[in-house]
Design a protein around this ligand. Structure first.
Ligand SMILES: [Ca+2]
Ligand SMILES: [Ca+2]
Length: 617
């Protein structure tokens, strides 16, 4: 005869099946041991504790879950904070795909109260077609489509699917074929005056004559693992979705959505803040700004913008007014007909890591147009192009503050192949390589504001106008310290063109250009410059220091854009202490007792070998 604990405990029952006799014996032995240890005179049941750890009405470790698990004599206990409240809600089950009547979704919505969940008892691939009129949601409920497999709710191309006036959580279903027409006509698949939460929901092929082709909410949108595919907004922002107050998106996809006419946000539109992670915006189109995304302010982490198109600025994204922080976010092959092929950013723009690759702008800023300056660190700008200025980056209204990073292979139809800074530039340890401008500044053009350039490698850039490497046209001061400007072959341009302002150069390595410093206006003072393979070191008017010299740069591998100093470089130990404690590798300066000229402080083993005897003396 089995003990009570065995009957009660499912695990014991499972164990008992193949080893019934053994388990029974063990169970009896265990019960006997307990009786002995407790010293009780009766067969007390072995109470199992079932712990509730959430106030959720359902799901793992909820009270509802515990009641299902618990057997006779078990104790349901609570591990919850003081004054916790568990609200019992009810489930309403949809049992038919009919648009109305008993068991229909429409009937369930009428019956539902705040906190209720609507579930579905339907076969795989069921489609509920909303034909009579849109479904209205007036209580704060959850519609959990994951209870059926591949559930679709369709507007049949004739009506909007959901009209919502209370907070709604949609789970695990597809909303398709919604059509919002008439005055306003926003939200083809779903229109809401309340906050919307989506989990694993797809909005597919919905249309609105107003805003929000797939979804429109006057409040916030919080979406996890939800996709907006091929939705269209005909008369307002947000081809895929529009969330007036703001949006929080995790692991989503916006694919092939669009706004028709002069409206922005092909994928997503909002006047508020978008906090987005791990989401992809692919092949969306906006008639106006922001092919993929148009928001007031943005915090993006690990987001991809690929192949989006904007009729005006911000091919991938347009951030209008608030702060934006872009972390490890990639913009690839987006296109803007005006400014910012990859992105157009407003004030307070910070870019951390990430990449801008092969974006194009019809006017300024192939990769980025920053309307109020920009701070970037470790960001890569590659193969972007601007029809006018700033192939990789164009910034106005504030300084470009860059740490590390790479601008490579960008092109400008006019000035600033790599970047144009209109209101100052402070760059440290940045590499500017193989960019080209038909006008001035193959690598960089500084149009205004203060410039400070430290440990830059500016290499193999070309310009049709002034300054293959740097074109300095600002009326302000520019300080250049430990900068290498080089080309592997004979570059017909000047490494630096000074067109205005006051430029001071210290520990500069200029190699492989027809002219080192070309003074076209303003003033330039240099010292501790190494001129390597530079036929004209500096044109008339440049104030030359006593410690500059010509010699062999001897880069590690200039043909492969490796501008580290190799053994025997005339730049080694030929510089002065200019207050820079590190080189572009992050290695401490000076090494071997003296500062090297250019961006690199040489730490090579061959150098150690050569100088070791000197150190030892
Ligand atoms: Ca040194
Ligand atoms: Ca180094």
């Amino acid at each position: 005869m089995p003990s009570k604990s065995e009957i009660r405990n499912p695990k014991s029952q499972i164990l008992r099946l193949p080893f019934a006799g053994l388990a029974s014996a063990l169970g009896l032995a265990l019960a006997a041991l307990l009786l002995v240890s407790l010293g009780t005179a009766y067969a007390r049941p072995l109470a199992t504790l079932v712990t509730v750890t959430t106030t959720s009405d359902s799901g793992p470790d909820s009270l509802r879950d515990a009641l299902v698990k618990a057997g006779d004599g078990d104790r349901v206990v609570f591990s919850l904070t003081a004054n916790s409240l568990i609200v019992a809600v009810s489930e309403l089950t949809v049992t038919t795909t009919s648009d109305s009547g008993t068991g229909s979704l429409r009937e369930a919505l009428v019956a539902a109260s705040d906190g209720d969940t609507i579930v579905f008892s339907l076969t795989v691939n069921s489609i509920i077609t909303v034909a009579v009129s849109e479904l209205t949601v007036t209580t704060a409920i959850t519609i959990d489509g994951s209870t059926a497999v591949s559930l679709t709710i369709s507007g049949g191309g004739t009506t909007r699917v959901f009209s919502v006036t209370a907070p709604l959580h949609l789970i695990g279903l597809t909303v398709t074929g919604g059509a919002a027409a008439g005055a306003g006509g926003a939200g083809g698949g779903l229109y809401s005056t309340s906050a919307i939460t989506l989990t694993g929901v797809t909005f597919l092929l919905n249309t609105a004559v107003g805003r929000g082709g797939g979804l429109y909410t006057e409040q916030t949108l919080a979406a996890t693992a939800s996709d907006f595919l091929t939705n269209t907004a005909g008369g307002g922002r947000g081809g895929g979705a529009y969330a007036e107050v703001g949006a929080t998106l995790v692991d989503g996809l916006f694919l092939n959505n669009r706004t028709v006419g002069a409206f922005s946000g092909g994928g997503l539109g909002s006047s508020g803040t978008a906090v987005i992670s791990g989401t992809r915006f692919i092949s969306n189109t906006a008639g106006d700004a922001g092919g993929g995304l148009r928001v007031g302010s943005a915090s993006l982490t690990g987001v991809l913008f690929f192949d989006n198109l904007a009729g005006s600025s911000g091919g991938g994204a347009f951030v209008s007014s608030g702060d934006s922080t872009l972390t490890d976010t990639q913009f690839i092959a987006n296109r803007a007909l005006t400014n910012g092929g990859g992105v157009r950013l407003g004030p307070g723009a910070t870019v951390i890591g990430g990449a801008f690759l092969s974006n194009t702008a019809g006017s300024l800023g192939g990769g980025v147009f920053a309307a109020n300056g920009l701070a970037f660190s470790g960001t890569v700008f590659t193969a972007n192009s601007a029809a006018t200025d700033g192939g990789g980056l164009y910034a106005v209204g504030g300084a470009v503050v860059g740490e590390g990073g790479l601008l490579r292979g960008n092109t400008a139809g006019d000035d600033g192949g790599g970047l144009t800074a209109f209101t100052g530039a402070l760059l440290t340890n940045t590499q500017i390589i193989s960019n080209s401008a038909l006008g001035d500044g193959g690598g960089l053009q500084l149009e205004g504001g203060v410039g400070r350039f430290v440990n830059l490698v500016v290499a193999r850039n070309t310009a049709g106008g002034a300054g293959a490497g740097l074109a300095l046209a600002t009326a302000d001061e520019v300080v250049i310290v430990h900068v290498t400007i080089a080309d592997a072959a004979a570059n017909p341009g000047a490494a630096i063109a000074v067109q205005a302002g006051s430029v001071t150069l210290t520990n500069t390595l200029l190699a492989g250009h027809a002219i080192g410093i070309h003074l076209l206006g303003g003033a330039a003072v240099e010292d501790y410059t190494l001129y390597a393979a530079t036929p004209i070191t500096a044109t008339g008017g440049v104030v030359l220091g006593a410690h500059s010299h010509s010699g062999n740069a001897n880069f590690e591998n200039a043909a492969a854009a490796d501008y580290h100093l190799a053994a025997g470089s005339a730049a080694t130990n030929a510089g002065v202490d200019a207050g820079i404690a590190f080189d572009f590798d992050g290695q401490a300066r000076p090494f071997n007792g003296a500062f090297d000229i250019g961006a690199d402080e040489r730490y090579g083993p061959a150098e150690i070998y050569v100088y070791l005897p000197l150190v030892m003396r």
